[in-house]
Design a protein around this ligand. Structure first.
Ligand code: NAI
Length: 330
């Protein structure tokens, strides 16, 4: 069975080719995003393997189906980029990797918090420049700090454990509270109380119509002064313009982002010799108290191995007509 991989990077190829020795699929890797312009590259392939910024709307799914594709495998957990209703109408089976390493993402959220709090990004540059002054580098003890965790599923739960381990007080919000988080010592509260009380707000919920721009001018207005906002989930959970306004007014003390609402035009590519046309992103990059990484929270060896294994297992099950625990339904 032929599988075309969109947005494929050398590391995808390495992990998938290694794992494929067990499966024997014909793998074709293309280093372009799946879009109206590129969908023809999948013609004749029964399977398509897509990533977070590939477009899987109704038109593209229709083109895939016309070209003979029957299975779409997402090599990620989030699936906000797929029109599942259209997939069901077309008889396309869609799989994902619901869990590969919640540790990878939760630990990256911690990396952003520690980096921002202790200004590691700034200290690194100063020391390289022979500047050993400490002005502007003061942080705060995490022990005793109130951390608000929005979304306490697989990643949020691990994050709660990490922050409790550091001696933080953890408030949590999730429409479906997780008893494990309560056992770890998190206290569930309403979202407005979490926003009002937390020194650090970290987002670990999926992007849905309800969670779109959940951090906006209004919610930022209710947060503590000097709040630190961390988003390792999906860019559009946060209204970036509101974030910039909050940073300019100094309402927000720190921002750590691994995702950005317009990231599809930027992330995963080397644009270091290009002109960045996204003025909002460019403005965000000017703040000394903003730390941005390019959607790398998932990127550990363990996670890549699980992603490759689970994706190929899902496709094998689909090809054999079996039911699949990781299948998405509309
Ligand atoms: P999960 O499905 O295990 O947990 C998500 C939790 O969010 C659930 O408990 C759910 O009840 C809760 N939730 C849903 N809507 C909510 C809302 N409006 N407010 C508060 N909570 C809400 O998902 P998991 O594995 O923990 O992943 C969380 C998110 O992390 C994913 O949806 C994905 O967007 C993101 N992610 C980011 C990665 C990265 O590399 N930056 C990698 C993997 C996931």
């Amino acid at each position: 069975m032929k599988i075309v991989f969109f947005s494929a990077k050398p590391y995808d190829r390495r992990f998938f080719e290694n794992q494929n020795e067990e499966f024997g699929f014909e793998l074709v890797f293309v280093n372009v995003n799946l879009s109206k312009e590129t969908v023809l590259l999948a013609k004749g392939a029964a399977g398509v393997c897509a990533f977070v910024n590939d477009e899987l709307d109704s038109d593209i799914l229709t083109e895939l189906s016309k070209g003979g594709t029957r299975f779409v495998q997402l090599r990620c957990a989030g699936f906000n980029n797929v029109d599942l209703k259209a997939a069901a109408r077309l008889g396309l089976r869609v799989g994902r990797v619901p869990e590969y390493s919640p540790y990878a993402v939760a630990e990256h959220a911690l990396a952003l918090i520690l980096g921002l709090n202790r200004k590691v990004h700034r200290a690194y540059n100063r020391v390289r420049d022979g500047n050993f002054a400490l002005d502007g580098l003061m942080g705060f003890d995490l022990r005793g700090t109130i951390v608000g965790v929005v979304g306490t599923g697989k990643i949020g739960r691990v994050f709660v454990g990490i922050m409790k381990g550091l001696g933080c007080e953890v408030l949590a919000y999730d429409p479906y509270p997780n008893p494990e988080c309560e056992r770890l010592g998190a206290r569930y509260v309403e979202l407005d109380e979490l926003y009002r009380s937390s020194r650090i707000v970290s987002l670990h919920c999926p992007l849905t119509p309800e969670s779109f721009h959940m951090v906006d001018a209004e919610s930022i207005g209710t947060m503590r002064d000097d709040v630190m906002i961390i988003n390792t989930s999906r860019g559009a959970l946060v209204d970036t313009q509101a974030l910039i306004a909050g940073l300019k007014s100094r309402k927000i003390g720190h921002v750590g982002l691994d995702v950005y609402e317009e990231e599809a035009d930027l992330f995963f590519e080397d644009l270091s010799s290009e002109i960045i046309h996204d003025d909002v992103f460019a403005r965000l990059m000017t703040f000394p108290n903003v730390l941005i990484t390019g959607h790398q929270a998932f990127f550990t060896q363990e996670a890549m191995l699980r992603i490759a294994q689970t994706s190929l297992e899902n496709l094998k099950g689909f090809a054999a007509g079996e039911s699949c625990a990781n299948e998405l339904f509309s």
